[in-house]
Design a binder for this molecule. Sequence first.
Ligand code: ARG
Ligand code: GLU
Length: 707
Amino acid sequence: MKKTLSLLALLALLIPTVMADEGMWIPMLLGKNQAAMQRAGMRITAQDIYDINNACLKDAIILFNQGCTGEFVSDQGLFLTNHHCGYSYITRYSTVEHDYLTHGFWAMSRDQEIPCQGLTATRLVRMEDVTNRVLSGISDKTPEEERERIVKQNITIITTEAVAGTHYKAIIKPFYYGNQYFMYVNEVFTDVRLVGAPPSNIGKFGGDTDNWMWPRHTGDFSMFRVYAGKDGKPADFSKDNVPYRPLKHLDISLKGVDEGDFTFVFGYPGTTQRYVTHDQMELQAIQENPIRIALRDIRLRHYKNAMELSPAQRLKYASKVASIANGWKKWQGETLGINRLDGVNQKKAQEAEFQAWADKRDEYKNVLREMTRAYERISPIEIEWVYFNEGVMASDLMTRANHLFRLANTQDADEARTMCDKMSANNEKFFSDFAEHTLVDRAIFVDAMLYTYRQGQASYIDQLRGKTPVEQYLGQVYDKSILTNAGKLLAMFKKYTPKQASTLLNDPAVKLFTTAYASTYTTDKEHIYDANKREINRLMRTYVRGMMQQYPDSNFFPDANLTLRVAYGHVEGFRPKDAVYYTPYSTLAGIMDKENPDIYDYVVEPKLKQLYKTKDYGRYANLRGEMPVAFIATNHTTGGNSGSPVLNADGQLIGINFDRCWEGTMSDLLFDPAYCRNISLDIRYCLFIIEKFAGAKHLVDEMTIVE
Ligand code: ARG
Ligand code: GLU
């Protein structure tokens, strides 16, 4: 028995067929998955999800700006997304008197809704396979650069024609590295208004401490409304606009979920790299991630020390730390996961299979060898760039030195004046917000530079420091730069003209930046990098096409590319490590367990405590009388899926996707059903917060609820 099992497991490793639950499928082609989805428990059809002739679930989904997903939940244009997706708008429209970020925001009537400038909501009208037209005029012999040019030209012609005489916008995206192309005809709404957001200690409960982790208790949602012109078409903000009436909005189920239940996620995943060879996996997960992590460790350590000092300091660094920590934590999970799965060797085994097949085929036999050679050429360059971006550019000193460098290179006096005025305003704000900041930033600058230097990645420092010891030299750069002297800097901006460019370039920080930049981004390196990246893309296109021929019976899903996809799976717990089992849902009781009034991430609102004490959950409690908060499932998701609806077997809304468990964040490269889980907010907690906590029942009344 044992033997057959391991043999099967070995086979599963070798054949790159998609594992159960893995995959982000194209809605238009979902017919191919329908049988499997129904076997897994789905009770609706592929056509209910995507249908070109009738209103269907896809009409309820929107792309929120260019990075999150949202879903309509009323016939009045009301939609849900994550709190962390709406974050920048909630912050932007907050003031000291009306601090929506801290206290939450609820429009009690339509006229209180806040127009969000620049925010777009994009609905997919239809999609189409346009491969033949995009590739017309191209043969196997067309050189790669020429191919790119023709593709671009064809795309312009096809998209222009597709939307002629309409208000739609069309885009075409490559799939399978350019083996296939799909066109997306979209309707882009530009009058989008903030309707509701819980206070941060609900919407961001657990903060960065709990980010990427299970068990999770974050009420990560916010609400917006799309407005349109009276004709129902997109229109820029106007008082005369009316709520948009979507062709379809989602029904909401209060039945909740149980372990084993079928679920699917419908949204806009950003990027995955399912088919890359061991070369890319090794470069990224084994070589680059640890560098990124180590350099961010330095930054986070210094920021966190500062944040311990006072609540004011904590607030100052909160959003900066949130964005640094988000990638930092994800990469740790990714590398851990790849190592646990022995991912690089798994890839090599797959490649050996491919090679054996390809040896007899001229078109394919050299692909993998050429790939490895191309990676050998780009790897050292890319690693150097990682050091530059994460190490040299770690401090505010260096980002700001970059700005001065740009200024010094501007010869036009008017342009320079505009830049100075803008920088002057920015720096004034910078210094008033961060009075003590130079201490923290100095430490980050010195430590991150030193680390980079000691890894042999900043040897240009030797030309600059002369006989001064490195650490001392770096300290001097910091202390002597005009960038760390607010008075001098602002005075300089006032009277600067391009004639003074050389003084700027002689500033020690600008000089260091300039030297670092010039030695890291040489024309030579950029040329090698671009040429080999292009070559890798061509090789990947060939390799993926080859694998599809090698395994004609497998259904290969295309990597995520910020187009609408369906992922499906089951609600399921998992074993993150030996002797630990994670159950699949969390409850309000867990929020109370985590409560700690002294730790910012774990403060609980008095009102929420009251509701917990009196068990005032209304119709939102589960059958056990608990208030469910979040759940995990095996749906294959990635960044961009934030805010995506999580639906049940009947296509009803049961949750909002907002994260993944970090033991499974390698799923962008390698999916493992034993570890990969998406994290969703239970829709019942969302409605409970709106109705019971915020007293905004009028918003729930707009929705279609199935009890
Ligand atoms: N990890 C989630 C994502 O990648 C949430 C990020 C926002 N939350 C945070 N605590 N930084 O978008
Ligand atoms: N939080 C992520 C987002 O903003 C989703 C988590 C993931 O990467 O799966 O899209």
